[in-house]
Write a protein of this length. Sequence first.
Length: 133
Amino acid sequence: MDKKELVQKAKEARSLSYSPYSHFAVGAAVLTKDGQVFLGANIENSAYPLCMCAERNALYNAYMHGYKKNDLVALALSADTDGPCSPCGACRQVISELFPKDGVIIMTSVKGAYQETNIEELLPYAFSEDDLK
Ligand code: THU
């Protein structure tokens, strides 16, 4: 699977979004080294802080199928934004824990915006397990 196909999967995952409060559907797709793709979409709740983002759901989906940090190679996300949809702060922290430093993060919009980055750019000086020692 190439990056373009992964982005398409992230866009398709938006159809799984449960977002009756924000009406802002986000889709994400995680690609593994062995070519598997795991989808995520944002799932909201009337108790707003319980809303869960697409990126975290996609990563947790991969983990629930037995995949770990170093099995993952790319994470794409997409929403109906003008520019590339950027992961929120909470997702950046979770990505820094569960997704490899050299993994590609592809931020896109359904309108065609496209930007590649990585977690070190998105979350420099991240808190990590090393800080707990
Ligand atoms: N959301 C995501 O799923 N991912 C992001 O990167 C940004 C925000 C969701 C959370 C909430 O359901 C809605 O978008 C509006 O913030």
